[in-house]
Design a protein around this ligand. Structure first.
Ligand SMILES: C[S@@+](CC[C@H](N)C(=O)[O-])C[C@H]1O[C@@H](n2cnc3c(N)ncnc32)[C@H](O)[C@@H]1O
Length: 351
């Protein structure tokens, strides 16, 4: 297949809001953890020019190939890596790409993956039940469907799909096994719970649950968010766009927790957690697409954007600026390296 003949058909979501939330500036350094077809990446590179740099990560090798073609004009300022963002910190250390001005997560799947990619993500196209973002992953959706017990399936469909009819669906699946394709699974679910007029397709929630389980989406997101904080320079921005309530809840709780100091249970007489503030919330209320955007791009309807800014706690600032006298060097870059700060601090304490 000639990749240059592929027209990217994924429309990036909340583009203006993302650029604003990231506070993209010329010469800035950014990480796009979910490169996809490179739509957000292209606008970030455009607005950070001249001198901007972008590290793009995607677990799907096909996405990397497509984005590479799309971002060809910026090849001198981009580094595109086919990896899972759960390894974010290791990737940044390996390529010495930190600290950065902004990190973006635009979660979920691109339209390229959903629409007839043959990868089994959608019940609208017949394909083997695969759902892996990367062919290097071992477990497919078919493995889960055909080897889990009925109770395990029901639990998974309820937990990751928030499906009220999980037990009926699991029971029917187990009776119909082996199930090998997307249409076979969709029909089995429809037989189990029916399809009422005006409602979403009955297989929607089960497909979401399987995709989340196959790709360990929530575990990887949680791990990556924790790593992202220390890769952000002073006042660097963390921006996350999510598409379902499980993801959004995780992001909301993470940002809230990191924007608080002590997180000891209420009533604890003295702080024992030692937790320090590392983020400041940019938008207290979640940002959603306008009606016009939803009309132009229906896929955007469930998008929720949350953003926060890295702050360095007073202790760290005091040690570096006042005591160590490195302020000019560190401030010259406009922002500071948390890892460097820690090294300077321990050297100071040891002296
Ligand atoms: C919604 S799309 C991103 C679209 C992109 N912002 C654009 O404008 O074209 C999400 C992308 O994230 C990738 N992805 C999802 N989870 C990932 C993970 N844990 N590690 C790396 N990439 C991931 C998917 O393969 C997909 O290409």
């Amino acid at each position: 297949m000639n990749l240059t003949m592929l027209t990217p058909t994924h429309i990036p979501v909340l583009v203006r809001e993302t650029l604003e939330a990231l506070a993209v500036q010329p010469g800035g350094r950014y990480i796009d953890c979910t490169l996809g077809a490179g739509g957000h990446a292209a606008t970030i590179l455009e607005h950070s020019s001249p001198g901007g740099q972008l590290l793009g990560i995607d677990a799907d090798p096909e996405a990397i190939k497509i984005a590479r073609v799309r971002l060809e004009a910026y090849s001198g300022s981009t580094l595109l890596i086919n990896e899972n963002f759960t390894n974010l910190q290791a990737i940044c250390l390996k390529y010495d790409f930190f600290p950065v001005h902004g990190i973006l997560f635009d979660l979920g799947l691109s339209s390229l993956q959903l629409n007839g990619s043959g990868r089994g993500f959608s019940f609208r196209h017949d394909a083997p039940l695969d759902m892996r973002l990367s062919p290097s992953q071992e477990v497919t959706a078919a493995d889960i469907i055909n080897t889990s017990s009925e109770a395990e399936l029901a639990h998974l469909i309820r937990k990751y799909g928030e499906e009220g009819y999980s037990r009926q669906i699991a029971h029917r699946i187990v009776n119909q096994r082996p199930i090998k394709t997307t249409l076979q699974l969709a029909q089995t679910i429809e037989q189990a719970i029916g399809w009422r007029r005006g409602r979403i397709h009955p297989a929607t929630k089960t497909f979401q649950a399987l995709r989340i389980a196959v790709n360990q989406e929530l575990e990887h997101l949680e791990a990556a968010l924790k790593q992202a904080i220390n890769l952000l320079g002073f006042e660097g921005r963390l921006v996350v766009i999510s598409y379902h309530s499980l993801e959004d809840r995780l992001v909301k709780q993470f940002m809230r927790q990191e924007s608080r100091g002590c997180i000891c249970p209420p009533g604890t007489p003295t702080c024992v957690c030692g937790h320090t503030v590392s983020l400041r919330l940019i938008n207290k209320k979640v940002i959603t697409p306008s009606l016009v955007e939803v009309q132009l791009n229906p896929r955007s309807r469930s998008a929720k954007l949350r953003a926060a800014e890295r702050i360095i706690n007073q202790d760290e600032q005091y040690m570096t600026i006042e005591e160590l006298g490195f302020s000019t060097e560190i401030k010259a870059n406009g922002w500071r390296r948390p890892a460097l700060l820690r090294k300077l601090r321990s050297a100071f304490l040891a002296a």
